[in-house]
Design a protein around this ligand. Structure first.
Ligand SMILES: C[S@@+](CC[C@H](N)C(=O)[O-])C[C@H]1O[C@@H](n2cnc3c(N)ncnc32)[C@H](O)[C@@H]1O
Length: 186
């Protein structure tokens, strides 16, 4: 089973009768399609700032192009959703924009949020030494670190930023594939 399917199955276990679902940063909508396939009574709204290609989402999912919360403006309020999640989007934010994003959830009235597919930095000694050497060599222009692809944070760093944004209660676990999830509540 792929990580995305593991995440979709996890969401299904959390959706105790909840039908109105908001996904933030849905990408091509693979997870959302799996949710809909599981229960076609689910009403799924997905926000995606990138090119909105409905390849996976089809016409059963309301895919909105834009950012949270502006993409919902005039269309939906917090009361329209029972369950809100974001999968694999934390890496796009630096700390400041991450806090802004998390705070905007609370301002919108979302007090229960699942942040999933979180990858954490490896603490294996070989990986750390390799990373240190690459950074040192890149400083003296002997090695090209390549393109910066995003931010990795430890779970403690996520919790710290979630707390600054205003979340107070947390449940954390890890998928078999190694990624983590955090359910943050107020
Ligand atoms: C790794 S993909 C994850 C897609 C999907 N959620 C999944 O799990 O398959 C990250 C997604 O975050 C989206 N993204 C980028 N900036 C964002 C932002 N500020 N708010 C929400 N989503 C964002 C990207 O366009 C991209 O589709």
């Amino acid at each position: 089973m792929s990580l995305k399917d593991e995440i979709a199955n996890h969401l299904i276990t959390l959706l105790n009768g909840d039908k109105h679902i908001l996904s933030i940063g849905s990408g091509i909508g693979y997870i959302e399609k799996q949710l809909y396939n599981h229960n076609n009574n689910f009403k799924i709204v997905a926000i995606e700032p990138g090119d909105c290609n409905n390849k996976w989402a089809g016409d059963k999912i309301n895919l909105l192009n834009g950012f949270f919360p502006s993409a919902l403006s005039g269309l939906y309020s917090n009361k329209d959703f029972d369950f809100v999640y974001a999968s694999g989007i934390d890496y796009v934010f630096d700390d400041e924009s991450y806090i802004t994003f998390l705070s905007s959830l609370i301002e919108f009235g979302i007090n229960d949020f699942l942040l999933t597919e979180i990858f954490v930095p490896s603490n294996r000694i070989k990986v750390l030494i390799k990373d240190y050497l690459k950074r040192t060599l890149s400083l003296i222009h002997v090695y090209n670190m390549g393109q910066f692809w995003g931010y990795l944070r430890t779970i403690d760093e996520h919790l710290q930023l979630l707390k600054i944004a205003g979340f107070t209660h947390f449940k954390i676990d890890r998928y078999k594939h190694g990624a983590y999830w955090i359910r943050a509540r107020i």
